[in-house]
Design a protein around this ligand. Structure first.
Ligand SMILES: Cc1cc2nc3c(=O)[nH]c(=O)nc-3n(C[C@H](O)[C@H](O)[C@H](O)COP(=O)(O)OP(=O)(O)OC[C@H]3O[C@@H](n4cnc5c(N)ncnc54)[C@H](O)[C@@H]3O)c2cc1C
Length: 321
């Protein structure tokens, strides 16, 4: 992608959004991994009009675009992203209750939304209390835990179609939810959703949430930068078991290491690069494939050009692989 195309997109975006359209914007702080390079162009959208302006700038320039949420499932390339990165801002952070329904904006944090459900004595969203997602990212990934996922509670998804340049509503069943994925129409930015929950006793909801938080603290490396589960669980098995069985917990590449606490987590120590993480991911995939004939599929989403070849060369002899 040429700098000219990015500059052209930036001009279109600035006409509508002024200096809020940022070039060479650092993305590492926007992710839970805390690594990766800049977005060539970045906008925190506060309204549908902002997203429409983003769509117009992409259409006018041909640059690639992506949308991020709370960056809790992302590996951003060390080179960054060569186009427009869109993120929903505070204008999309709201929630409203209507009987058994909770309607909320796409940037509403899932744990906060679980808290709103608790306040109103509504059950069904306890599983989200410790998933550090935005509602938009959780819908897109069909985030889930403890036997439930967004599929079980989403009644309506509100998307802004970057292609059509306007908001559309989809029924939950039209979102194409399956294990850690959805099949939303191409170009969809999830700007909101309506969840259908059930009334329940507040004390019981709170107790279930407390249990979930305590379990997370016991089993996950929450104090170190990470992206949650690196791999999807293969049918009938657990990625963590497979990684552990091939000696994964002893592996590190540069500043990236498999967590000693949970083998399906990679933690980024100071100085870690995305190339380190990518090399470690591929090493684990190779080991598991060689030993078990199972191809581990990454759950983490790659943003920008992720290529571990350079890292492997640079670190020859240093990587514990
Ligand atoms: C400590 C920890 C624990 C975790 N535990 C769990 C767990 O138990 N269960 C689980 O499922 N996940 C878990 N995750 C992973 C992560 O929280 C989920 O995948 C979550 O759904 C990502 O949401 P996000 O807002 O951070 O999206 P991001 O990570 O920013 O983006 C993820 C994907 O969603 C897309 N996206 C983001 N926002 C939007 C939007 N508004 N519209 C359209 N697409 C969008 C992005 O393009 C990207 O493809 C965990 C992560 C961490 C760090």
């Amino acid at each position: 992608m040429t700098g000219d195309a990015v500059a052209a997109a930036a001009r279109v975006l600035r006409e509508a959004c002024g200096p809020r359209a940022r070039e060479a914007f650092p993305m590492a702080p926007l992710t839970t991994f805390r690594i990766g390079g800049p977005a060539a162009l970045y906008l925190e959208a506060e309204s549908d009009e902002d997203i429409a302006a983003a769509a117009a700038s992409v259409a006018a320039s041909g640059i690639p675009w992506t949308v991020i949420g709370k960056g809790s499932n992302l590996l951003v390339s060390d080179l960054g992203f060569p186009g427009l990165v869109l993120r929903l801002g505070r204008g999309f952070r709201w929630a409203a209750r209507d009987g058994r329904r909770l309607r909320a904006g796409g940037s509403m944090p899932l744990p906060a939304l679980a808290g709103v459900a608790l306040v109103h004595g509504l059950t069904g969203l306890e599983f989200g209390v410790a998933i550090p997602a935005s509602l938009g990212g959780a819908v897109r990934m069909n985030a889930g835990a403890h036997g439930s996922s967004m599929r079980d509670v989403v009644e309506v998804v509100e998307v802004f179609s970057m292609g059509a340049g306007r908001r559309q509503e989809l029924a939950g069943v039209e979102a194409g939810f399956s294990y850690r994925r959805s099949a939303l129409p191409a170009g969809s930015v999830v700007v909101g959703a309506t969840l259908l929950l059930r009334p329940d006793d507040r004390a019981e909801i709170r107790a279930r949430m407390d249990d979930i938080r305590a379990w997370r603290r016991r089993t996950q490396p929450l104090a170190e930068p990470n992206c949650g589960s690196v791999f999807k669980n293969p049918d009938g098995d657990h990625a963590a078991r497979l990684v552990e069985a091939v000696g994964g917990k002893a592996l590190a590449v540069g500043g990236a290491a498999v967590s000693k606490k949970h083998a399906n987590f990679i933690v980024a120590h100071p100085g870690a690069t995305s190339a380190d993480v990518a090399t470690l991911i591929r090493t684990l995939q190779r080991r598991v494939a060689d030993r078990f004939g199972i191809e581990l599929e990454p759950e983490v989403q790659f943003v920008g050009p992720i290529d571990d070849a350079g890292a492997e060369d640079r670190r020859q002899g240093r990587a514990a692989v």
